[in-house]
Design a protein around this ligand. Structure first.
Ligand SMILES: N[C@@H](CCC(=O)N[C@@H](CS)C(=O)NCC(=O)O)C(=O)O
Length: 237
């Protein structure tokens, strides 16, 4: 059994998509990040960056003691290696999938996060910041669109690279993007959206948090947007 320390956000969805695709047994441990549960001592012991997702595998493939993993990219690689699924063994195909996975982790995820912050959450509307990140996300959607012009998936067969990027395209409207401007990306997006495992992952998210979509209260905003090193120090002390 795998414990998934999870909340209903794009980085969380990556892991439930993988688990639904493979049928590995798992248990969701909700970490409501709007309520500050990412600062609980038990969670920080698994995820020192106070971010979801994280997993605990009680039955690791080497037969040893439980393994804890944080960072969604590391989790996807761990699970792919554990199951032998969605990450090719062949050197070239594997390297291709890994570079697109790292591309998501270093680009699409962080830039979309900042874009969402400045366009949708920041009280003070700063045109420079809003334009900067909306344009950067637009550029990244263009990178994906070009990559997908002559192939069905980002790297060979459907893989953890696709699972990592897909949840960041789901909120394209909130990201200020027009999916119609990216026809190859749109085709890929619709194909992944129609996968039963992906549908199940998003259904699960709705069960856990029917209020998918947003941080609204001042308390939630203070928890999520006012963090410094001292916030974590206070939690672990
Ligand atoms: N690079 C990390 C990013 C994780 C991340 O940013 N998680 C967000 C939700 S999508 C979170 O836990 N936020 C809680 C907080 O900001 O305190 C990963 O991919 O796992």
């Amino acid at each position: 059994m795998i414990d998934v320390h999870y909340w209903t956000t794009p980085n969380g969805h990556k892991v439930t998509i993988f688990l639904e695709e493979t049928g590995l047994p798992y248990k969701i441990v909700p970490v409501n990040i709007g309520k500050g549960e990412q600062f609980k001592r038990e969670f920080l012991a698994i995820s020192p960056n106070n971010r979801i997702p994280a997993i605990v595998d009680h039955d690791p493939p080497d037969g040893g003691p439980r393994i804890q993993v944080f960072e969604s990219g590391a989790i996807l690689v761990y699970l792919a290696e554990k199951t032998g699924k969605f990450l090719a063994e062949d050197l070239r195909a594997r390297t291709d999938a890994m570079q697109w996975l790292f591309w998501q982790m270093g680009n699409l995820g962080p830039m979309s996060g900042q874009n969402n912050h400045f366009s949708n959450y920041a009280v003070e509307k700063i045109p420079y910041a809003m334009d900067r990140y909306r344009n950067e996300v637009n550029r990244l959607y263009g990178v994906l669109n070009r990559r997908l012009a002559d192939r069905a998936c980002l790297a060979g067969d459907y893989s953890i690279a696709d699972m990592a990027s897909y949840p960041w395209i789901v909120p394209y409207e909130r990201q200020g993007q027009r999916i119609e401007d990216f026809p190859h990306l749109k085709r890929w997006f619709e194909a992944i959206r129609a996968r039963p495992a992906v549908e199940r992952a998003y259904e699960k998210a709705k069960e856990i948090n029917p209020n998918l979509g947003g941080i609204r209260t001042p308390e939630e905003r203070a928890i999520l947007f006012g963090q410094t090193a001292a916030s974590v120090e206070a939690a672990v002390r």
